[in-house]
Write a protein that binds this ligand. Structure first.
Ligand code: FAD
Length: 459
């Protein structure tokens, strides 16, 4: 095939399909190219399967705690790992099928399967097909980094993709990387019954968070029997009769951990090395992320980069928001910008962490006068009633404008309750507005106004 379109979209992840929908609705002809699985990382190897597994792990945890609630189970719960795996695979497969059939049935949209590579700034090759368009959107996402650590080449390891294929509980899972992907897998596998050790190079888990949050997360995981090894220098691997030996020169603890399985969760890298970007003249940064301006345009007119591959976000909601920005600017005459986005994310351990905006450390560094609020979950009625009182909520605001700068809710429903604060921040309203709200009782959210009413200058 040799065909011209109004637009080409490379990658059917979190931004591409919706963009195809908007552009075809506007009467444009669109080609969307996917080389592997429709729905990309989130649907197939990221958010959806992991949150489905987290739900299974939560069920196991609650079953073990049954007696605390007066629910007596006759025997300790047994994990049927093939069933657990099948449940996650089904959730992914359903979503993947829906996206693919939506695209294939979309009027004006041509679906091509295969690897797209630039031949010039407006032309791409997919196998024997050559297609061209005046607008090209790159939504190519990323993949797990395999770090160049000593011994890695001689050892077998898992990534976030291959671990989903396990249909047995690992005897001892050693996870390299103490950020959100590693910690979600750590807690779920511990709850499935594995021994779990998390090895983190830095001094704290989830290093972007305030130390108080990192330490509380550590306590939650340690209380479930997960071993945490921070400050791990010179991580190295060697084959061992029981699996794999992971060498760690930590500030404390044994210098070697013997695991049956190792999961690498040390970050992601963009899928930009095999796109032929040089043929189009598209600039990338030192780590391979495509450089974009505030409207997500690359240095080459007519080429945009959206989603994880532009390095401006690493989440499904940021990728989707990239779609909204380019669609609004191209089709609705708006001038939306990435820099208007308030950063927010959740860490889906149990209890989850919901985080928006600045950490306290970032707020302090901004030099503004500050007010802070904090409330432990032991003083949140709903948490007490649910028997889930670990964690706390905290907030920081500008003392002069009284605008909220950032907040963290580490606690039951923290991933949902944080949206009350995110909405307030998006509305650009002073936090006093929330003091007059009448929240629903009993919820976690109802204590947010109470916390805001007790704001004080930080120590
Ligand atoms: C374990 C894990 C858990 C996660 N959990 C969450 C979570 O709970 N919440 C959250 O918000 N985010 C989560 N994420 C992150 C989220 O999955 C990503 O941010 C999101 O999928 C990025 O979407 P995207 O559209 O940019 O790219 P992707 O979803 O990666 O899609 C890119 C697509 O492009 C295709 N492609 C690449 N190159 C080419 C080419 N040359 N030709 C044709 N096709 C190509 C790929 O096959 C892929 O389908 C998680 C990630 C992981 C790994």
């Amino acid at each position: 095939m040799n065909r011209n379109f109004d637009a080409i979209i490379v990658g059917a992840g979190q931004a591409g399909p919706s963009l195809a929908g908007r552009m075809t609705d506007a009467g444009m002809s669109v080609a969307i190219v996917e080389r592997h699985l429709f729905g990309g990382t989130c649907v197939n190897t990221g958010c959806m399967p992991t949150k489905t597994l987290v739900a299974s792990a939560y069920a196991a945890h609650l079953a073990r705690r049954g007696a605390e609630y007066g629910v007596m189970l006759d025997a300790p719960p047994r994990i049927d790992m093939p069933k657990v795996k099948e449940r996650a695979a089904l959730v992914s497969a359903t979503s993947r099928r829906n996206i693919e059939s939506w695209l294939r049935g979309m009027k004006g949209c041509t679906v091509l399967t295969g690897h797209a590579r630039f031949e010039s700034a407006d032309r791409m090759r997919i196998g024997d097909d050559v297609i061209s368009a005046p607008r090209i959107f790159l939504n190519v996402g990323g993949r797990a980094v395999v770090p160049d650590m000593p011994g890695i080449g001689d050892s077998s390891y898992l990534t976030n993709t291959s671990i989903l294929g396990l249909d047995m509980v690992p005897k001892h899972l050693v996870i390299i990387g103490g950020s959100y992907i590693g910690l979600e897998f750590a807690q779920m596998h511990r709850r499935f019954g594995a021994a779990v050790t998390v090895v983190e190079k830095g001094p704290h888990l989830v290093s972007r968070e305030d130390e108080e949050v990192s330490e509380a997360i550590r306590d939650i995981l340690v209380a479930e029997g997960i071993e945490i090894r921070t400050g791990a220098e010179c991580i190295r691997f060697a084959p061992h009769p029981e699996g794999i030996a992971v060498g760690v020169d930590c500030t404390a603890g044994a210098p070697e951990i013997i695991g049956s399985h190792v999961l690498l969760a040390v970050g992601r890298r963009p899928n930009t090395d095999d796109l032929g970007l040089d043929k189009a003249g598209v600039a990338t940064d030192a780590r391979g992320y495509i450089e974009v301006d505030d409207s997500l345009a690359t240095n080459v007119p007519g080429i945009w980069a959206i989603g994880d591959c532009n390095g401006r976000g690493a989440f499904t909601h940021t990728s989707y928001n990239d779609f909204e920005i380019v669609a609004a600017n191209l089709l609705d005459g708006e001038a939306r910008k990435v820099s208007d986005r308030i950063p927010a994310y959740a860490l889906f351990i149990d209890p989850p962490l919901g985080r928006v905006g600045m950490t306290l450390a970032q707020a302090r560094a901004s030099g503004r006068p500050l007010l802070v609020g904090r409330r432990p979950m032991t003083r949140v009625g709903r948490a007490v009633e649910k028997g889930e009182t670990l964690g706390f909520m905290s907030v920081v605001a500008d003392a002069e404008t009284r605008r909220i700068l950032g907040a963290a809710i580490l606690g039951t429903s923290g991933d949902e309750a944080i949206h009350g604060i995110l909405d307030m921040m998006n509305a650009g309203a002073p936090y006093d507005r929330l003091l007059r709200a009448v929240p629903i009782h009993p919820t976690v959210s109802e204590l947010i106004p109470t916390m805001l009413g007790e704001m004080r200058a930080p120590n």
